[in-house]
Design a protein around this ligand. Structure first.
Ligand code: ADP
Length: 331
């Protein structure tokens, strides 16, 4: 089986507990057994932030520090910035030739976001073509495995169709990737909706213990449990959903659920217990963050080395693609 893994994140802001549980924890596990390429996909960020690209650079730095602090290890995986490897743009162009517009127009994420995102003008070509660039990212590395959330599965299917179409025209050059769905439930944010940087409800990996507690303290709970003496229903409480992800003590979780149902414990008690588990997870992340913030030169070195390693694979694939297309060779 193809053991190459590719995944990426857009540098659009600080990462949060949802990214940690829903993506990074799995990425960190994979780096021990697979040949992993993880990319900070800045071209993808430009797609939505083109009117003001001023934050993309600092966001790349934030994402890199968040990744490294969480446990991605540049000795075990390749970490790089998408735009440092120009072949992403080149393969995107080649793939755009074999992508029928209907595939992109029918894509559920496109249809949904074009209606829901009101604060940005997304009537640009790149927004429609997002899955083409994403396919280029994956196919450039001939990745067999792409660990992403359910929300990305339609994009993966388009990438697979593109491979079949491209190979049908030009020969067996590209490799069909398989999706690896991360089996983590959605982490809710402080308002109970999915934790997301765009909803302003997130607990960020860079938050201080005080910030974390202030957010947890004011987080919504089971709305039917108005008074301390009212029994609650954990299954209707987003705080409980976070316990399920970060609390590693089954006996404590059983006590909390029982205490909630019988009004034996209050919501503040439950949140205090959750804080202990969130801090257990976040403290080592904070220690590593402090180390990288004190040694900023390391960040540049990691990205330079990552671009060299990723570039070597990307150039090889692109040479094969150009040869398959039958273009005149460089002398
Ligand atoms: P955001 O909604 O904050 O912009 P992204 O869409 O950039 O986050 O998320 C990238 C990936 O991180 C998702 O595909 C998913 O795997 C994971 N992820 C993000 N938010 C959550 C969450 N609240 N719960 C679980 N996983 C999440």
């Amino acid at each position: 089986m193809n053991q190459r893994v590719f995944s990426g994140m857009r540098p659009t802001g600080q990462l949060h507990l949802g990214h940690l549980a829903g993506a990074l924890t799995n990425w960190i596990k994979l780096q021990d057994g697979y040949d992993c390429f993880y990319s900070i996909v800045d071209w993808h960020a430009l797609m939505s932030d083109y009117a003001d690209s001023s934050k993309i650079e600092s966001n790349c730095r934030e994402v890199l520090i968040d990744w490294l602090s969480s446990g991605l290890d540049p000795e075990k995986c390749v970490i790089f910035v998408q735009s440092h490897v120009p072949q992403h743009a080149e393969l995107h162009l080649a793939l755009s030739m074999v992508t029928p517009l209907g595939w992109l127009q029918r894509c559920p994420t496109y249809k949904e976001q074009i209606i829901n995102i009101q604060n940005k003008d997304l009537s640009n070509y790149a927004f429609l073509g997002y899955p083409v660039l994403m396919a280029a990212d994956i196919l450039l590395y001939k990745a067999g495995i792409v660990p992403v959330g359910e929300d990305q599965s339609a994009h993966l299917e388009i990438a697979r169709e593109m491979v079949r179409r491209f190979n049908g025209f030009f020969g067996e050059v590209l490799v069909e990737p398989q999706i690896m769905l991360t089996p983590t439930p959605k982490v809710p944010g402080t308002d109970g909706k999915k934790m997301s940087k765009s909803y302003g409800n997130s607990i960020n990996l860079a938050d201080s213990p005080e910030d974390v507690w202030n957010k947890l303290r004011t987080m919504v709970t089971d709305p039917a449990r108005e008074k301390r003496t009212d029994p609650g229903d954990p299954e209707k409480c987003p705080v409980w959903d976070i316990h399920k992800v970060f609390n590693n003590s089954d006996s404590e979780k059983a006590e909390i659920a029982e205490g909630c149902r019988t009004a034996g414990i209050g919501c503040v008690d439950c949140k205090k217990k959750l804080k202990v588990h969130v801090e257990r997870v976040m403290n080592p992340i904070r220690e590593k963050r402090a180390y990288y913030e004190k040694n900023p030169d390391l960040l540049g070195d990691i990205l330079r080395e990552g671009a060299v390693k990723a570039g070597a694979v990307a150039r090889k694939t692109m040479d094969e693609v150009v040869a398959a297309l039958g273009f005149v060779r460089r002398g």
